[in-house]
Design a protein around this ligand. Structure first.
Ligand code: SAM
Length: 268
């Protein structure tokens, strides 16, 4: 289609902010994607060095957590997902994991993410994409695509996976999550992962330095601050833990520590 062509033939020079490392494309690079440019790769490589390669395993564990959490929410009967800061389409996207009949709205403010999402998702009537800034909950909750696909009398799963550490305290991230929470019925879910500064404070500070020149700053938070996002939700087992510890299933047990914390909550 024309949409797909325009996505595939685009030149770096035509991209918004092609000069500055872009947070969505850095993440894409770590996941092994092709939608990144030299500036993205250079910053992404700096963080590979700072983390001794750990970031590469961390992003895959983060995606794997996303998949397991979506399946877990779907198993409890949740059929609607709002994926905030959805990123470039990758493997195991929410609509592919959530099963038939699920309705999914992806939200991202990045124009490159938007062009890819539109091209890939245009085919499915139960999947939508909204290009919007999650710091504006009212705009998202009132958007026609959201209103068409999401029934607010039924539980909704909000996904803030590896995105709230890009939202500055000045923008009141806890208040933002609370506004989404207040729009949905009990039994709705919060699926969240977030970088913590507790485990590796020095490496995290160096990583934040790299993001100073990027399309958004990174700000890791303490475990207590991250727990605060679950206000009004009951944390599901096993709580707020490292990505290898969250319902690993039959996978080989791992004791490796990562800077991310992940969890799922159910609205009370
Ligand atoms: N959630 C996906 C995952 O975990 O695999 C992608 C995570 S990626 C690290 C972060 C994404 O959040 C990027 O695509 C970025 O454009 C998006 N993002 C960051 N801040 C945002 C905001 N204020 N509004 C909407 N999207 C945002």
């Amino acid at each position: 289609s024309a949409q797909e062509e325009s996505a595939d033939t685009r030149e770096p020079s035509s991209q918004v902010g092609a000069g500055a490392p872009n947070i969505a494309r850095m993440y894409d690079y770590w996941l092994g994607g092709k939608d990144n440019f030299a500036a993205d790769r250079q910053s992404a490589e700096e963080i590979v060095k700072i983390s001794d390669g750990k970031v590469l395993r961390g992003v895959r564990l983060n995606r794997a957590f996303l998949g397991r959490a979506v399946r877990a929410a779907a198993e409890t009967g949740v059929r609607q997902f709002l994926d905030l800061g959805s990123g470039l389409p990758t493997q195991e996207n929410v609509h592919e994991v959530a099963g038939p009949g699920a309705r999914v709205v992806y939200v991202d403010y990045d124009p490159v993410v938007a062009s890819h999402a539109h091209a890939i998702l245009a085919k499915s009537a139960s999947v939508g994409f909204v290009q919007a800034d999650l710091r504006k909950p009212a705009e998202i909750l009132g958007h026609s695509v959201v209103r068409e696909l999401i029934d607010f009398s039924e539980p909704v799963a909000f996904m803030f996976v590896s995105v709230l550490h890009f939202v500055d305290d000045a923008d009141d991230p806890h208040g933002i999550v609370a506004r989404f929470r207040d729009a949905v019925v009990p039994g709705s879910h919060l699926i969240l992962s977030h970088l913590s500064r507790d485990g590796f404070p020095q490496k995290m500070a160096q990583t934040e330095q790299v993001y100073q020149g990027a399309s958004a700053r990174l700000g890791a938070r303490t475990r207590t601050e991250i727990l605060g996002f679950f206000d009004g939700f009951e944390l599901a087992e096993p709580g707020l833990v490292g990505p290898t510890e969250w319902r690993p299933g039959d996978g080989p047990p791992s004791t490796e520590k990562f800077a991310g914390l992940v969890g799922m909550g159910v609205k009370l």
